[in-house]
Every structure is written in structure tokens, then in C-alpha cells.
Design a protein around this ligand. Sequence first.
Ligand code: HEC
Length: 587
Amino acid sequence: MRRILRATIAVSLAGLAITFYLGSGGLQTLTTVEAKSLPGTATLSGTVDSSKPFQAGQVYIRNLDKQMLYMVYTSAGRFQAVNLFPGNYELSVRAKGLESDVQKLTLKAGENGPAKLSMRESGHDPSRNPDLEYRSFEEIYPPGPGLEVAKRTCIACHGPSFLSARAWNAEQWNAALDLMAGSGGTLGAMIQPKDLPPQDRETLLAYLVKNFGPGNKLRAVTVTREMPVEESKISKAMYIEYYLAKDPPGQGVNAAEYASLPGNFPWSKQKRVGQDVRFDPDGNVWLTDRGYPMRVVKLNPRTGERKDYVVPEPTNGIHDLAVDKNGMVWFGEHRGTSGTAVKHLNMLNPKTEKWEARYPLDPEGVLKSPQKWAQSIAIDSKGNVYVGWIGGGGLSRWDRETKKMTAYNTPGFNPSVYGVVADKNDNAWMAQWRDGKITKFDPKTSKFTQYAPPTQPALIRRLNVDSKNNIWFGIFSAGKLVKFDQAAEKMTEYTIPHENSQPYDVVEDSAGNIWIADAGQGGTLLKFNPRDQSFTYYPSPQRADKPKIQVTREGAVWYSPRSSQDYPGFGVLFPDMDKITTLAAYY
Ligand code: HEC
């Protein structure tokens, strides 16, 4: 049997690290690996033992100075992490049902370790939310007419664990139904009048109050078939998360005018909520923060430096953002406390740090729906800006040459528009998520064309364009990945082989893999390889959905852990840490 390694010495030579493994018998192995750390950063290696066998233990390397986390997996009980900022850390590891103590350590530039960690039985599953009880669907949802209504409305969109994680009285459930049915069930509401006639609404309300009323033990639907982890495939992966700074007393979320506002997301203990990420031309990453006051946040991933920019109207809503070729940061106003206010497209100039442009998104009042929440944003190759209306059922287009905004009502049964992207021919594509269709808008003819995947009903959230101009999207409600070949007008569906799969966003990397942000089972990243049709699961550092993913040209997958309880912020998965040449993010 091989002896346990006693020392590891790494020598960096022009980006090539040569590692000598020394056992008691002297030099045993000479391994040349590609692993290298960027100048001035630290590497950490170590070993993990445990009272029980485990696979792909998750090693948490938490930087206390910069509010950051690095996470790598163990491979045959060993781990390595590269490109760590020198400083003060906490180190721990966990695997299913196992966890270690937390060790403090200080990392200096260059090689550190080997660290030694031991896991013991923890009695809890880290993939589960400790605040919830896990039960089967049948146990949580007793049969009855109320269940049928809940299934075709709330559960279809929110998944099976949304209603059960609440304990609301009739007034609170009624308010939720009002919110979802819109004022009078108008166009653009989440629930159309025909899906919730008054009789069904009463039945549903009674069902919700009876099963998820005051005193309800908060529950989530248990997973009977877990996603398989393939240690050998993910052993070189590394996650990094950069967290949003906590606001000091009297400032930000704690300022008098915002402190009394309800958190935008009841699940978060924090009032700051990261939502969507994008890269700028200088390698920085931008994030929208949906807490009050709403902000966009700039991260320099090379240093960990973060900077907040409060938006012009800090309670009027924010969701998605986009950065144009000149580095200008754009966003459309979503849903806030000033819910009926006019929604604008806003532009931040990061050079002057000023909001320099602001355009009403529906200047002529064209949109039919009284409920107006603008959401996703896309910029085409000429710099024209598109904003979709999830509440309002429209698409707005800002023309860069004329500076004119035009709003269009989108076709369909419920035209709520979720993701928006511009394709290689400068057409805009939308996911019309309640409608189960994707829709093309041709700006030359102002014509909309809809295409439906075979699986229906289909709730579709985000969509993306690949290098060949195919459109990819997930069916959130059915766990399917779909490719739409524009030239052949052909849909191909792939079944994601996991229970409760809820694909939120999908995007191609430069090697032709499709990355999937899957909100089912707590929220994680999956890689689909279209060549052998395999799916690989990369368990994430925290349980949280990732509504938008963006891939760098080197294949790093950026996201925001949106439903994070404790750590809202930025995140990135490097599938192969040996191949990292920069921490910066470039398209
Ligand atoms: C067509 C999809 C859809 C249906 C059907 C739907 N919702 Fe929603 N719901 C949404 C969206 C979208 C939001 C807004 C989330 C955001 O702002 O990002 C939302 C937000 C909410 C919120 C407020 C935010 C929160 O997380 O608490 C509640 C409460 C809610 N829904 C309850 C319900 C209930 C109860 C039903 C069933 C009667 C239902 N929804 C049906 C899509 C839907």
C-alpha cells in the first residue's frame, strides 16, 4: 500500500509546477502537473479522512478578510485548491452525513499545507435546508380538488416545495392569490382568469389555509433519487464565491427609509439579494442586488474588490442587467414598492460612476396590461437594447441611433416574457414562459414568430444562443433541455436525468458543452455534453437557485446564489482549476 504523503513541495517554473512527493523512503514520485497558481496567490493541499467512506467531499476554504469562499472536492481523500488570495481562512470539509471541525489558518503566497481534516458523522444532510422538514409529496399534499388547482397554478410555476415552506393565514394566502392573479386577472397576470375561476379560487384558498396555515411545520418535498456524483469527473473543479458586503448601521438596507421595507425575498435572512451576473469588457463582473435600496454591484475578480452603485429610483425594482461594448451598464426596472410607477431603462457609466441615461420603457402607453414589471435585457451586435416585460406582456426596444424607445405587445395566451437574448442575426428571442413557447422578434419587420417545444405545458425561464445560432432553453416545469435549430425549425428535447429537475438557465461554452443552472434539488450546476449526451453534476457550495449563468471564453461559469440564506453574492465554477489563466471574466 502506498504510504501517506508526508510532504509536498511545489516549485513553480514559468507556469509549470513540478511536485515532488516525499515519503519516508525519500523521493518516491516525480509528477509533472499543469496546476499553477497565478502570481502572488496561494495554493493549499491536504488530506481528509473519515469514519465512513465518502465521495467528492466538499472542502470549504473561507477567506475571512475578503468575505469569500473557495470550494474544491476531494479525490481519493485528497484535495488541492489554487489561486487563493493570501490571508486569514477557515477550513472545513463535509460530505453526505459527514462533517469536520473548522480549522483556522493563514495562507501565504505560494504552497501551503498539507492540511489534515477528519470527518465524523454529522447527522444531517448538507444538501438539505436545516429549517425545513423533508417529506414525500403525498404526505405534504393530501389529495382533493384543492390539490388539482394548486398543481396547475402555484406548483407548476413555483415547484413542489414553495407552498409547503409557508405558514400563512387566509389573509396572507389571499394576498398571494391577488398578487398572482393580478388586479382583476388581467393580461400579464401570472394566473389567467380561466385557470382560476372564483369557485376554484375558494377551493384553493381553503386547501392552502388547511394544509399550509398558521402553525404549519415548514416542509420541503424529499428527493428519493439523488443526483449521482462522479468524483473522477469533477476532481479538478473549483468554485469561488464573493459575498455582498453587510451594510453598516444606518446605511444601505439599514437606512431609515429602507429598514422598514419588507425584504424582497422572504427566504433570505439577508436583505440584500443577488440576482443576475454579466461581464464587462475589462473582465469585471456586474450583479443586480434586489434588496432595498436596489443596486448594481461591480466585482473585480482579480482582487475581490466590490463596489455598489445605488440605482436612480432605489425602490422601483431591478432584475437583470447587461453591459454594452463600451462598458455601459443597463437595466430595466422590475417590481418594487412603487409597483405602479413608470418603469425605465437606466444606464450607468462606470467611468464617471454616474447614471447618465434614463428612458421610459413604454413612452406611448402601448402595453395593454396594467401590471408592469420589466425584467430581462439583451443588447444586439449594434448596441440596440431589448427589455422584456414579465408583467405587461411586452417587448421594448431602444434604438441606439435614434435613441427612441418602442414598446410592442407580444402575441400569445399569456404573453409574460421571461429571458430575452439577441441572436447572431440581431433578432430578439424571448421565453414566453407561461405560454410554453419561445418567440422570435424580427426588428426589420416588427414581426413575432412563436415556436413550441413538444412537451406541454412548458414553463420556460431563460434561453440562450449557441455558436451556430441554435436557441437552447430548459423546460423548468418538466426537467427537459431543448435545442431549437433555427435553420431546420426543429426542436430536440433531452431529459435531464434527475428528480425534480428545474432547468432555469442554459448556456453553451466554447467547447460545445451546455451548462445548466438547475433549481431542483436546491439549486446546482450541471454540464451536458451533447457528443455523448452525458450529464455531470457539480454540487455547489450553498443551496440556492442560480437564475442566470454566464460563461467566460475560458469556460468558467458565473452565477449568483440567489436564494441564499446567509451568503448572497457572486459565484463562479471553474471546471478545471489547472486551466485557469486569469480570474477575470471575459466573453
Ligand atoms: C405562471 C407562473 C406562476 C404561477 C402560476 C404562480 N406564480 Fe407566484 N410568482 C411567479 C413569479 C414570476 C413571481 C415573481 C418572482 C420574482 O419577482 O422574481 C411570483 C411571486 C410569488 C410570490 C411573492 C414572492 C415570494 O417568493 O413569496 C408569492 C407569495 C407567490 N408567487 C405565490 C403564488 C401562489 C400561491 C400561486 C398559486 C396560486 C402562484 N404564486 C402561482 C410566478 C407564478
